[in-house]
Design a binder for this molecule. Structure first.
Ligand code: HDD
Length: 703
């Protein structure tokens, strides 16, 4: 007995010495003798990290074991409060590159020269779920960008949806309380499908435009890489003559927009709760750097005065057809953080972080945000010195007389910690270079009032709805029906339908039917009647803007022993040419042997690689391999789900029995394609550029 613990310790130590973590967290073998000595936080070398100090082998642990005490103390304090909203997020580093000088409009340093690059850090997030929740919740996605400009950090803290639920920041705690888990039962997690959320919404008509967006496929994106981003509010550009131009910011993904189907989202959350994280990690690690174009809508006071809606109202957009956005630069994400906590968790975004040349409008939501974000960082990061954390520190020279506080790491050096001073030391203000708030003339009584110009809550909601393609409209109706079916209180369901009647009669009728309402309620009272005449805005539809290519997407190839190597090679070649990727799914993860004796490694075994993880699938087993596959319900689900989710399916003749077992007969529609020979590979991959075969949907989804 006596020798056992020591032996185990020695083995573990030897093991540690041969392995070291790389940047990606992977373990590498390291040469003997190069391993650093493990130390305490105080730098003291550690002899034994496996056993606490005891009185005798089986005796009590002694109080003087400072190494044990420090290790456990630190572990006990590892957690910080999660963000009260947007708790689950994932970030990456990159850069922003300006296309042409925007000096005419703004003096912001990052927009002065063509080709100028500014380092950036981006954090994507869901809003409602806790830190450990799943990625494919129906939810808004945060799209927060920190630009490390030469004149201070600029945080553009936006979402993937250009409008918001509420018009005034004072209602933010209410909407967030309503959407999060109900306080008595602490569920549901990361879901808006519950009474509290819909109760609040049904009593808040200003949320109706946003409701159209979050019930649309925008709220279940396929990847962060395929999402738009929006600054939401109207901001100002201010040039060096102190002239202001209003600006709205838009991020457009280079790879185009794409979302998943709701039933697919539900299944992805089980198959891979980290689906979006993994997608970003894998694409950046493989060198396929995601890219967005920054586009701006620029306008003056005259445009604002003549526009149908108030440009200070964050529940409204300016349609792109009315005011076409101008491309001003690109954002490329090319590096994952070295450490998730140090960077992604500790990054502190604040809307009030603007450099000279960018300023605020009076949007009451933005004004409230500018107040809120500082408090939240103090709470989360534990003290006023969170800007000393490298991810939050500016990358330009900076100097001030702020000192002390918890974790102060950058106190002013020398005698002088104030100004003015007689010593001629330390930084001084610069009226030329410094931030000057735009000198807008403001006057008025102190009132708690909402402007009349904020009163139309339905017209743009309707415009969004009628701008969608038929499948997209159907998805909105299905999402509303699903969400309201989880609401237990009938009057709440009816109240929501009464709002829908102010948006679109057919939509309201469909949802009412889906909910089994016997009679339609009366339309909700509206402060301002819905304007029926807003023209559709094609820019609001995901499908109308489809990328028409498979680049950056993933094909799942299901194989068994005896597969046709030439066909698989031809598919791989065509995918490479398209800059698309694939995964091989085999009955065991070890891989499969081709008919010509060659061998291919599997990425997933069939149980771990359901078709929901792929944008399209190819089912290419051999006849003998099919015998076993037919006994695997996961193989049947693989094709049945791909079909139900309107995906393209390539197959070989040997796969027919599996397709039949899944209820898909040969040639049922033009999305199920026979790959008879290697020459069929290229045209199949080209077809995948359509992403989904929506004409199938009425056959697989009634509602
Ligand atoms: Fe907010 C975080 C976006 C309204 C208060 N918000 C947060 C994040 C994003 C947004 C992307 C996560 C940042 C990160 O990744 O760390 N928020 C928005 C948008 C809004 C909005 C686009 C409306 C247009 N937010 C809003 C209001 C308030 C807040 C009206 C309060 C008055 N938001 C916060 C916060 C958070 C936050 C509580 C939580 C964590 C954090 O700030 O850093 O302060």
């Amino acid at each position: 007995m006596s020798g056992t613990p020591r032996k185990l310790a020695d083995e573990a130590t030897m093991h540690d010495q041969k392995l070291r973590r790389g940047n990606g967290g992977e373990l590498h073998q390291v040469a003997e003798g190069t391993t650093p000595t493990l130390t305490t936080a105080q730098g003291g070398p550690v002899a034994d990290d496996q056993n606490s100090l005891k009185i005798g082998e089986r005796g009590p642990t002694v109080l003087e074991d400072f190494h044990f005490r420090e290790k456990i103390f630190h572990f006990d304090h590892e957690r910080i409060p999660e963000r009260v909203v947007h708790a689950r997020g994932y970030g990456a580093h990159g850069f922003f590159e300006t296309y042409e000088s925007l000096a005419k409009y703004t003096r912001a340093d990052l927009f002065q020269k063509a080709g100028q690059r500014t380092p950036a850090f981006v954090r994507f997030s869901t809003v409602a779920g806790n830190k450990g929740s799943f990625d494919l919740a129906r939810d808004v996605r945060g799209f927060a960008v920190k630009f490390y400009t030469q004149e201070g950090n600029w945080d553009l803290v936006g979402n993937n949806i250009p409008v918001f639920f509420i018009q005034d920041a004072i209602k933010f705690p209410d909407i967030i309380h309503a959407v999060k888990q109900e306080p008595d039962r602490a569920f549901p997690q990361a879901q808006s499908a519950h009474d509290n959320f819909w109760d609040f919404i049904s009593l808040t008509p200003e949320s109706m435009h946003m409701i159209m967006w979050i019930m649309s496929d925008r709220a279940i994106p396929r990847s962060f890489r395929f999402m738009e981003g929006f600054g939401v509010h109207t901001f100002r550009f201010v040039n060096d003559q102190d002239q202001s131009t209003f600006v709205k910011f838009h991020w457009k993904p280079k790879l185009g927009l794409q979302s998943v189907a709701w039933n697919e989202a539900v299944k992805i959350n089980g198959a891979d709760p980290d689906f979006h994280r993994r997608d970003l990690w894998e694409s950046i690690k493989s060198g396929a750097f995601p890219e967005w174009e920054l586009q701006v809508q620029l306008f003056d006071q005259e445009f604002a005065d003549n526009f149908d809606f108030d440009i200070l109202d964050a529940t409204k957009i300016i349609p792109e057809e009315t005011l076409p956005p101008i491309a001003v630069g690109r954002l490329v994400l090319d590096r994952m953080p070295d450490n998730f906590f140090a960077e992604t968790e500790q990054v502190a975004f604040m809307t009030q972080n603007v450099p000279p040349g960018i300023d605020f409008s009076n949007d009451p939501l933005l004004q409230g945000r500018n107040f809120s974000y500082l408090d939240t960082q103090l709470k989360r990061l534990g003290g006023p010195n969170f800007t000393h954390i490298p991810i939050n520190a500016p990358k330009c020279p900076f100097a001030n007389f702020q000192q002390d506080g918890h974790m102060a790491m950058r106190n002013p050096i020398g005698r002088v910690n104030y100004q003015p001073n007689s010593w001629g030391e330390g930084p001084r203000e610069s009226p030329d270079k410094g931030f000057r708030a735009f000198a807008d003339a403001e006057s008025g009584q102190k009132v708690r009032l909402r402007a009349e110009s904020f009163a139309d809550h339905y017209s743009q909601a309707r415009q969004f709805y009628i701008s969608q393609t038929l499948p997209e409209q159907k998805h909105i109706a299905a999402a509303l029906t699903f969400e309201l079916s989880k609401v237990k209180t009938p009057v709440i369901r009816e109240r929501v339908v009464s709002h829908l009647l102010n948006i679109d009669d057919t939509l309201a009728a469909k949802v009412a039917r889906g909910l089994g309402l016997k009679v339609l309620p009366s339309p909700a009272d509206a402060a301002v009647p819905t304007r029926q005449d807003l023209p559709p805005s094609p820019a609001l539809s995901i499908i109308k803007k489809g990328p028409q290519r498979f680049e950056g997407r993933k094909l799942g190839i299901l194989l068994t022993d005896g597969f046709d190597a030439k066909l698989v090679m031809a598919l791989q070649k065509a995918l490479l040419a398209e800059k698309a990727i694939f995964e091989i799914i085999t009955p065991t993860v070890g891989g499969a042997q081709a008919s010509d004796g060659s061998f291919i490694e599997g990425h997933q075994m069939i149980d771990g690689g359901p078709s929901v993880l792929y944008d399209a699938v190819a089912v290419l087993p051999s006849e003998s391999g099919m015998i076993d596959l037919l006994k695997e319900s996961t193989a049947r689900d693989f094709v049945a789900d791909a079909f139900a989710h309107c995906k393209f399916i390539g197959y070989t003749a040997a796969a027919l029995p599996l397709l039949e077992k899944a209820g898909i007969s040969k040639g049922l529609d033009e999305g199920v394609i026979l790959l008879a020979a290697p020459k069929d590979a290229a045209s199949f991959i080209e077809l995948l550029g359509n992403l989904r075969i929506w004409s199938r949907e009425p056959n697989v989804k009634m509602k």
